[in-house]
Design a protein around this ligand. Structure first.
Ligand code: 13P
Ligand code: SF4
Length: 332
């Protein structure tokens, strides 16, 4: 066997070794030919695969080169020198990668992988908000379209939202589109936030009563700030998907309840095999659209590729660059 082929096989074997306790060999046998095909195309195309923490383990551990929260994916996209980026996540994440890499090919294996927050607000809505609140800066969550980013002053993620708001001049900030993340940020700043009425269709479904049924002595409850405030009030820790891993690393609990998208538990269970994870299983239908056969096809055909108007890219880049200059304060 030529050295390069045996290296590829060894790499795939090593990937399975990391998740063998979470995936039976019969299931791996189904994924393996696809993972091998993707690995070959990655080499041929000089491609990097970036996956969000909500992707299933056959993607995060089977094929991804970079795994993280929205902020980490944006930071890594800004730093990559690959010719092709395959974004295993949702459309706004692929757009972010394209805005930061206008000269590279950015693929999203399923163009229909949207986000209820991104579709809750348009660029025209931002113009109306600005007219109603002249001079007030606009912070947009990265879970927005490129057009919305281009109309904003600065972007944020769940990992740096408070820092971004605090970095702005004046006492008022327009913060959009997530009303629940907005209320969480409002509780941590003295500035007055003007909010939009968007919500994440996955996190808004959690209820405080449901969380209480999982609580017990010695159990640590971690929640994403896209949840309603009464749900966050039940949590021991509130933070981005990356910060949840950081909290487990610091506290080493025996049992964790995750109040976020369901696939997150699979990824954290690989990293923390001694921890028992339980949760109400709310899946993001958009994240679930990304599958190994679709990734293979995207690399084979170099489509679907994200395309954006250069003027939109320039405006959205300004908002993203301002965010990246502030970075992350929460421990990830
Ligand atoms: P994170 O930035 O915390 O990974 O969250 C992204 C997201 O879409 C949560 O629903
Ligand atoms: Fe959007 Fe919610 Fe899905 Fe995250 S989990 S991508 S915020 S719909």
């Amino acid at each position: 066997m030529p050295a390069s082929i045996s290296t590829l096989q060894n790499d795939i074997d090593a990937r399975y070794a990391r998740i063998a306790s979470r995936m039976p060999p019969e299931e791996w046998a189904v994924h393996r030919p696809l993972i091998e095909g993707i690995a070959r195309f990655k080499r041929e195309r000089r491609a990097v695969v970036m996956a969000h923490n909500y992707q299933p383990i056959e993607i995060t551990h089977g094929i991804a080169d970079v795994v993280g929260d929205s902020l980490a994916l944006a930071q890594q996209a800004a730093a990559t020198d690959a010719d092709v980026i395959v974004l295993c996540g949702v459309h706004f994440m692929a757009e972010t990668a394209k805005i930061l890499n206008p000269g590279r090919t950015v693929l999203i294996p399923d163009m229909a992988a949207g986000c209820s927050l991104a579709s809750s607000i348009t660029a025209a809505d931002i113009r109306r908000l600005r007219a109603a609140h002249p001079g007030v800066p606009v912070v947009s969550y990265v879970n927005t379209s490129a057009e919305v980013k281009a109309e904003s002053d600065v972007c944020c993620t769940s990992a740096n939202a408070v820092d971004i708001v605090e970095s702005l001049p004046g006492q008022e900030v327009i913060f959009l589109p997530d009303r629940y993340l907005g209320r969480h940020v409002q509780a941590h700043t003295r500035k007055r936030l003007i909010l939009w009425d968007g919500a994440c269709e996955v996190h808004e479904r959690f209820s405080a009563a449901e969380v209480r049924t999982f609580k017990a002595p010695g159990v640590r409850v971690l929640a994403h700030p896209e949840c309603p405030p009464e749900v966050l009030a039940e949590a021991d820790f509130v933070g981005s998907t990356a910060a949840m891993g950081g909290d487990i690393r610091r506290h080493r609990p025996d049992r964790v309840v995750l109040i976020t998208e369901c696939s997150m538990a699979g990824n954290l269970a690989v990293e923390f095999p001694a921890v028992e994870f339980t949760q109400p299983c709310n899946l993001c239908p958009h994240m679930q659209k990304i599958t190994l056969p679709k990734v293979l096809r995207a690399l084979e055909t170099l489509s679907p590729a994200v395309t954006l108007d250069p003027a939109i890219i320039a405006g959205a880049r300004r908002s993203l660059d301002r965010m990246l200059a502030v970075g992350r304060r929460e421990a990830a």
